[in-house]
Ligand binder design. Structure first.
Ligand code: SF4
Length: 648
């Protein structure tokens, strides 16, 4: 058996109340790595065609990465996967924190849930044994309360906990799963799947060590990486970031980015480093994807400048095995504290709603984290409702008297409360913008900005068409973490593989990004493969931004497992995973190319701001992407032989 993995998974049947171990054949790791690849392998096989995502046949997987716990760095991500109730496609979500190593310390490469419990339960795995415990007392508690209560009940060492809040319990289709006091694996609505199974939480308390095949080599590679991680010159102020963004937006040339700059920004501010930079470069959508920095001007966005938020920071934290430490806790005006909001949260509830009130952003961040609701989807849904109200498609009667206006922070907060509690209009909005618009009023549908039913993240394909392409073709629709032209520049895969597109010159004409050609589709293909390797290994996306020549993911994988594979072998494994996720959608009759709102592709193009005049050549890019993945270029279908694993 290879090293670096435990070689087995745990199956929990919530209908029968049984927990059974299963050995994972070595060929599965050889073909699909671990992490998201393992989830894809079992979910593809075990979820029957026609399964209701909120029914007992859906399988919910919790997986760490292959590299988690092996002595590598930035490899503590865990993933939750299942058939998404929001999009009816393959669904997964990814989170940092401390839960990933806890799965392996319990002796498993994944924990898989099937069936439905009759009453609320939580899974406990510890030295005492594996047990489904009564969670009736926890049902109704928020994520922070739930985690604290489970940990307080532990006799000795505190378990690591993931759980849902009221949003998941109430089957909100934009509910996520929380760990570490409100950090969310937010996307795809998988919190609702947990709620449908009456599974309130998982509490893990194992002590098993993970053996790497070559510990000395792991150590040497990690030491080499640490030189880059420690490089931390002081950056100028947050205002400078805005100025830099303005310059980049003004120039007719694009500049090839090196992710070391982003790493340094992360170390200083966290993901909020991008707030104003992204607004002025057109990366951040404004006013429900219809506006620009001409609407959300510097006067408004100054309140979300990274320096303004950093002033509220009380302490920093790191995920497991991460020297960067982009997380933190911030002070709230009522004296409480909340996780430092992520860039996505600030923009989804800020610029997207024209809301400049930082205090309200902190409050909504905390409410959503406690409820276990996706802040990206919540922001996109509130934006739809505001635009509908502004255009007379929703009335005060619909909103229960709330004046839903652009920039009205109190109204946005009131609507978030209703969504969390599923009251009044909030009951409809709790299932996301697309489903809500369909129920409300046909005329609202044009304001529901989505890809395949999911609200896209705060990265605009009109600024970087790579995002729009992945929103359309990624098996999890609307996913922003798979790739873009910017990501490709930062991954620097060309330093390890001859088979990926060559780097662009340092400066190149901006219009090159908008070419619907083989090169740009090839960049998306390479990104998809690379991200599947990351999700198989448990690597943080921000780690990969540092570049594969500095962060030795391929070399770590060889040293951990004992394999002697080339980067191209790993890229083939990444393709295997992506192909299986695509085949999952094909098996379930889900779209292989997702319906997208016209605003996401610049149809028609914006008339002002950094994205003025640009649209995405999506019709040209999609077939070229499918062809590059080795799928049918006409329809994206995967050949059956491509997912059949001999003898398994
Ligand atoms: S960079 Fe941030 S999100 Fe990524 S592993 Fe480190 S602390 Fe976690």
């Amino acid at each position: 058996m290879i090293k670096g993995v435990t070689g087995k998974i745990l199956w929990v049947d919530l209908s029968a109340g049984t927990c059974v171990e299963e050995r994972v054949p070595e060929e599965v790791y050889e073909h699909y790595l671990a992490g998201i690849g393992l989830a894809a392998y079992y979910l593809y096989k075990r979820i029957p065609v026609g399964a209701d995502p909120l029914g007992s046949e859906n399988v919910l997987a919790f997986v760490p990465g292959l590299l988690t716990g092996t002595g590598s760095m930035m490899t503590g991500r865990w993933m939750v996967a299942g058939k998404s109730p929001l999009t009816q496609t393959w669904g997964d979500a990814n989170c940092g924190g401390t839960f990933a190593p806890a799965i392996k310390q319990c002796g498993y490469d994944g924990i898989f849930f099937v069936g439905k419990s009759e009453k609320p339960v939580y899974l406990s795995v510890s030295a005492v044994g594996i047990e489904l415990k009564d969670a009736s007392e926890l049902w109704g508690k928020d994520t922070r309360e739930t985690e604290a209560l489970i940990q307080a009940a532990a006799e000795k060492r505190k378990p690591q906990v993931v759980c849902i809040g009221p949003a998941g319990e109430k089957l909100s289709l934009i509910a996520g799963v929380s760990n570490d006091q409100g950090r969310m694996a937010a996307r795809s609505g998988l919190g609702a799947v947990m709620g449908s199974k009456k599974l309130k939480a998982i509490a893990l308390n194992g002590t098993q060590r993970i053996e790497a095949a070559d510990r000395e080599q792991m150590k040497a590679l990690t030491q080499g990486f640490m030189k880059h991680a420690k490089f931390k010159p002081n950056l100028p102020s947050g205002k400078f970031m805005r100025f830099l963004g303005k310059m980049m937006a003004f120039l007719p040339l694009a500049m090839r980015q090196d992710g070391m700059l982003y790493k340094i920004m992360l170390q200083k501010w966290g993901t909020i480093s991008m707030n104003e930079f992204s607004i002025v470069t057109g990366d951040a959508p404004i006013k429900n994807w219809a506006g620009s920095d001409k609407d959300f001007t510097g006067k408004l966005s100054a309140s979300i400048n990274p320096d303004a938020i950093r002033e509220l920071e009380l302490k920093r934290y790191h995920c497991y095995s991460c020297p960067i430490g982009c997380g933190g806790y911030c002070r709230m005006s009522d004296g409480g504290e909340t996780h430092k909001p992520e860039y996505e949260t600030i923009l989804a509830l800020g610029g997207l709603l024209m809301n400049r009130d930082l205090d309200s952003l902190m409050v909504m961040n905390e409410k959503l984290n406690r409820a276990g609701m996706d802040s990206i989807s919540a922001g996109g849904t509130v934006a739809m409702a505001i635009e509908a109200f502004e255009n007379g498609k929703l009335t005060l009667e619909n909103t229960g008297g709330i004046e839903l206006r652009w920039g009205n922070a109190a109204a946005a907060e009131a609507l978030i409360d209703l969504m969390i509690e599923r009251r009044g209009l909030g009951d409809i909005l709790a299932d996301g913008a697309k489903a809500a618009a369909e129920k409300l009023n046909k005329a609202c549908e044009e304001y529901a900005i989505h890809a395949g039913g999911q609200e896209p993240a705060m990265h605009d394909g009109r600024a970087d068409p790579g995002f729009a392409l992945h929103y359309a073709v990624e098996p999890t629709p609307g996913r922003h973490t798979i790739g873009s032209i910017l990501y490709y520049e930062m991954f620097q895969m060309w330093r390890k593989s001859q088979k990926v597109p060559k780097p662009s010159p340092i400066f190149y004409p901006k219009k090159w990004k908008y070419r619907g050609d083989k090169n740009n589709a090839g960049i998306a293909v390479a990104n998809s493969k690379m991200k599947m390797i990351m999700d198989g290994a448990g690597l943080c996306l921000f780690g990969a931004f540092i570049g594969v020549h500095r962060l030795p993911i391929f070399e770590w994988l060889n040293a951990a497992t004992g394999w002697n594979k080339t980067p191209d072998d790993y890229l083939d494994m990444g393709r295997n995973i992506q192909t299986l996720r695509q085949a999952f959608n094909q098996k379930h009759g889900a779209p292989l190319r997702h319906e997208m709102s016209n605003r996401l592709i610049g149809k028609p193009p914006l008339r002002e701001g950094a994205n003025k005049g640009w649209s995405v050549p999506i019709e040209e890019l999609v077939p070229l992407y499918w062809q590059g993945m080795g799928w049918n270029p006409d329809n994206g279908r995967v050949a059956e032989a491509d997912v059949a694993l001999e003898g398994l």
